[in-house]
Design a protein around this ligand. Structure first.
Ligand SMILES: C[S@@+](CC[C@H](N)C(=O)[O-])C[C@H]1O[C@@H](n2cnc3c(N)ncnc32)[C@H](O)[C@@H]1O
Ligand code: SF4
Length: 368
């Protein structure tokens, strides 16, 4: 049976400004034309490296069922990016399945109508908007380059054009307590723009973060997380992964592929791909089109599969585990951390919050 790849992540590494909390690989272009040309060259060369890799292990491309362009700020790539990518896909004979879920990340203030319509003509049918907060002060503390007005203009455009979009929010933001951040009020406003999906991330930062001493305590953040989960669920969203909520049938198929341990190819500086049948993870080096390979042992792979399944509503099948798991699951159920249906255990919102300690319970049982 040929091994197929039908899911691709592409990393676009440029932003017009660097936000103070962000740890993704990205840079501000010094000379846009030159820097984008270098990026295009990087993609061309890395495609050859990638071709050799996948051919060596017997994989070939199938029409893509999911395609995700993440950043950086992919909406900055513009019309030029769309034209480059269209030619790139044609030359490499990578096709999009007619049902392909094709997502582009968009920053408020870093898009225009012409650019979005160009991307839509290439097949983009899902957008992920980096909103983070609707409280003006929070946006300032995060050092976002756009204004709150840009955020509203963006949301209005997406609502008025009935586009399929997701909104990124962050919790645990600096000065949340001092400003009495009311995240539910923000979500109520966001909902009025009719997104199909929310990604809600708890801010993670390094010890030397500018606002390290202004972050709210753990109790505040946990409370915020559970409030958000309850609110979104009461409004028809499913909490289908630790950080993700969707309206029915609007989950991110691309992200589900990671949690189902499906093969996902990756291109672009610092992108990571995974070839399932060979337990092979590969990571691109940012400065040259080279990859680092990591073959997972069977044990590491099984652990990863469990971690991925439990962190989403894919869930764990009790039949795949020894009887000793039952005692632990009873305990989890009593604490309202999991539900069980047809022998599949799924985490509740409270369970997602305690994911790491639940994984520890499995370690102690030597199940993983
Ligand atoms: C790949 S980033 C880029 C998205 C886009 N450039 C933007 O900033 O709107 C995707 C999301 O990751 C989240 N994120 C970035 N840095 C984070 C951090 N340090 N902790 C938690 N979430 C973070 C933000 O919600 C962001 O929208
Ligand atoms: S715009 Fe997005 S990717 Fe760029 S620095 Fe800010 S959070 Fe990071």
């Amino acid at each position: 049976m040929p091994k197929r790849i039908d899911s691709l992540y592409l990393h676009f590494p440029f932003c017009s400004h660097l936000c103070n909390y962000c740890d993704f690989y990205k840079k501000v272009p010094q000379n846009k034309t030159l820097d984008y040309q270098k990026y295009h060259d990087y993609l061309e060369s890395s495609f050859l490296v990638h071709k050799n890799l996948i051919e060596k292990y017997g994989y070939s491309w199938s029409p893509l069922k999911t395609f995700y362009i993440g950043g950086g700020t992919p909406s900055l790539w513009g019309k030029e990016g769309k034209i480059f990518l269209q030619n790139f896909l044609n030359e490499k004979n990578i096709q999009l399945d007619p049902e392909c879920e094709f997502t582009l990340e968009v920053n408020p203030g870093a898009w225009d109508e012409e650019v979005l319509s160009q991307w839509r003509s290439l097949g983009v049918n899902r957008f992920s908007l980096g909103v983070q907060s609707l409280q003006k002060e929070m946006i300032t503390y995060l050092d976002r380059i756009h204004s709150i007005e840009d955020v509203y203009t963006t949301l209005e455009y997406f609502r008025d054009n009935k586009l399929n979009f997701s909104v990124d929010f962050m919790l645990g933001l600096p000065f949340s307590k001092e400003y009495k951040r009311d995240v539910i009020k923000e979500l109520q406003i966001a909902l009025s723009y009719n997104p199909n999906h929310f990604s809600v991330y708890i801010l993670t930062v390094k010890d030397n973060y500018t606002h390290f001493n202004n972050l709210p305590d753990e109790e505040w953040v946990e409370h915020e997380f559970l409030l958000v989960a309850d609110f979104l669920k009461a409004n028809g969203f499913e909490h289908y992964e630790v950080s993700n909520f969707s309206r029915p049938k609007k989950q991110s198929e691309h992200n589900l592929n990671y949690w189902r341990s499906h093969s996902v190819a990756a291109l672009g500086p610092s992108a990571t791909g995974f070839l399932f049948e060979d337990r092979l993870r590969y990571k691109w080096k940012p400065n040259q089109p080279e990859i680092e390979l990591e073959f997972l042992t069977e044990e590491e792979f099984n652990l990863e599969k469990i971690y991925m399944a439990i962190r989403s509503q894919v869930g764990l099948n009790m039949d795949d585990f020894p009887k000793s798991l039952e005692g632990v699951v009873i305990n989890w159920k009593e604490k309202l951390l999991v539900t069980e249906e047809n022998k599949i255990i799924k985490l509740t919102s409270k369970g997602y919050l305690l994911l790491d300690s639940l994984m520890n319970d499995l370690f102690l049982l030597k199940l993983v």
